[in-house]
Write a protein that binds this ligand. Sequence first.
Ligand code: TSJ
Length: 650
Amino acid sequence: MSYNAKDIQILQGLDAVRMRPGMYIGSTGPRGLHHLLWEIIDNSIDEAANGYCDRIIVTLNADNSVTVEDNGRGIPVDIHPQKGITGVEVVFTELHAGGKFMDTSYSYSGGLHGVGASVVNALSRWLTVEVCKDGKVYKAEFESTPDTAKRKIASGRIKSPLREVGKTDKRGTKVTFLPDKSVFETIVFSLDVVTKRLRELAFLNKGLAIELCDLRAQEPLKRVYRYDGGLVDFVKYLNEDKNVIFKEPIFISGSSGDFHMSVAIQYNDGYTESVFSYVNNIPTTEGGMHETGFKAALTKVFNDYARSKGFLKEKDPNFLGEDFREGITAVISVKMKNVQFEGQTKTKLGNPEARTIMESLTADALSQAIHKPSLRAVMETIIKKAEAAAKVRAAARKAKELTRQKNSIENANLVGKLSSCTGKKAEQNELFIVEGDSAGGSAKQARDRAFQAILPLRGKPLNAEKKRIDQVLSNEEIRSIISALGTGIGEDFNLDNLKYHKVIILSDADQDGAHIKCILMTFFFRYMKELISNGHLYIGLPPLYKVETKSSVRYAYNNEELGQITKGLGKNYTLQRYKGLGEMNPDQLWETTMDPARRKLIRVSIEDAAEAEKLITTLMGDNIEARKRYISEHSNFNKQDSFQELANAI
Ligand code: TSJ
C-alpha cells in the first residue's frame, strides 16, 4: 500500500507512478482520486500552518478538473542551485521532492498524504500552475500524452516551461489539474466527500478560510468554511444536536520540542464516547498512542481533582477511564514528525513516544485548566456524570456475574420464580413478564404450558423505588428476567441463546403498569438492544372493558371499541371496567390477553424504547422544569391507549 523510498529512487521518474498508481495513492478508486486533491491542498494547508496564508479556494470545475488556490508566498520560481531547474519544476516533476526541497516544516506531512505534488501531475491528463510572487505572475503547464513509439503514456512532461505571463500585486499559488480518466475508475469528485474534508480542515486550522466552489451543477455553489474557535468550534459542531452539560468546551494545548498538541472537550447528556483524533490533520480513526496518552491523563487528572475536592473519599476507589468518557465529545489534534501509521487501515498512530509526551502535556495543561475557579461548576457536573456511570457499571457487573454463574444457588432461586414451559423450541416459546403475583398466578393457570412461560414481577418495589437504571439492574426481578432469557446483557449479549422468541410485557392499564412498561423497555433498550431490533419484545394489551349481555361477552381494548360494541345494545348490557389484570379470572385472561388467536400484542420498536428511555431520563432526573415541559409536550406521545397511560403516569 504505502510507497517504499528505495523503490522510488530506483524507478526514478513519473512514469513509475503511472505503472503502479496504487503504490502511491492507495487505489485508483474514488478514494485514490480524492487523494490527489488532498495532496495538493496539503501544500496550501502547510503554508497556512506556517503563518503565510489565510485563504484557500477549492473549485470543482465543469470539466472535472479541480483548482486549488492559496494566498501564500507562492512556490519558489528561482533556479534550484543543485538541480539547475526552477522550484516549480522540481515540485511537479521530481518524485517526493517535497521533503528535500521545501523547508523543514514540510516533514510534518507524511503518512497517508505527503507523496508529493509530482504524483498528482503524473496521474493527471494535464496540470497548470500559476505563481504570484514579487509583483509577477508565472505560469507553467504539464501534460501526460500517449507516447506512441513506446506504446505507453509519458507522464507529467512539461508542455510549457515556467515563464512570466504578467504583473500582479497579489501573492499565492494556483494549481489546476484534470485526473486522467484512463487511470481512475471515475474522475468525478464527490461534493459530499470534499465538503466534509474541507470543513474538517477548517476546524483543524483555526481562522483559515477555506472556500469551496462547485461549478459542475446547474446552480453553481459557493461555501466558505472558517472557524475562529478551531477545535472548540469543532466539538460545538459535533454536539450541535445534543444536550450539552456545559456550554463552553474546555480547551488545552501544549508543546514539547517538535511535538504539538491541542484538545477541546465537551460533554453531552448521552452515554457515547466520541473522541476524534488527528495527526498532522490526518484523521486517526483507529486511535493510537496519542489517544491512549490523552485518555490516561484525563483519567488521572479528573480522579485527582475528584479526590482533592472531596468527591472521592479516602476509601472510595478511583473512577475508571470509561466513567469519565460517558457522553464526552473530544477532538485531539497533534502535530509531530516521523509519523508511523499502523493498523488495519493505517489510521492508527504507532509512535510509542507519542503516548508519553501526550500524557504529560495533557496532564499539565488539563490540571491547570480545571483548577480555574470558573470551571468549578463544570467539574462538578462532569464528576456527577462519572458517579452515575460508575454506579451503572457496578450494577451491570453484578448482573453479568449473575448470568455467568448459571448453576449457582442464587441463580436457581431467581429462576425459581419462573414457571417455564415444556416445549424446547425457542422460536415457538413465549415468556410473559407479568406485573404482580396475583396476575402472575392467574397467568400460570391460564397459559398453554407447552410454549408459554410466566415470570411474575412483584410490581411494587420495582415501581415505587427503582427509578434509576442502575437500581433497576440490581433489582432481583430484573435479574430474574436476565437469567430467564439466557442471552446475557450488554457486550456479552448473544441473541442465539435467547430461550423465548416472544418476550411479552403484561402489566395493568394504569399508571403503575405504564411505569413498569417504561422501566422494562428502558432496561431492554440499554442492555439488550438487539432483542428489540430483532423484534422479540412485545407489549401485551389487556382489555379495558367487559361488555356482557344475556347472550354474549365481548371485550373492548379502548374507548373507540367500547363505543362500537355498545352502539346497538341500548341499555341491555352490563359494563365492567378492568382496573388490573388481577380482576380477570384465568379463563378471561387466556381469552383476552394470552391466546395467540385472540390477543392483541404491540411489537416494541427501537423508537418506542428510545422514547421510553428519554421519558425515564427526563422524568426521573432532578430537572423539574424539564419534567413538566416533557409531560405537556408528550402527553400523547403514542397513539396506543396503553401508552397514553405511560405519559399520564408520571
Ligand atoms: F502541491 C503544490 F505543490 F502544487 C502546491 C503548492 C499547490 C498549491 C495549491 C499550493 C502550494 C503552495 C506552496 N502554496 N504555498 C507554497 N509555498 C511554498 O512552496 C514555499 C514558498 C516560499 C518558501 C520560502 O522559503 O521562501 C518556501 C516554500 C515551501
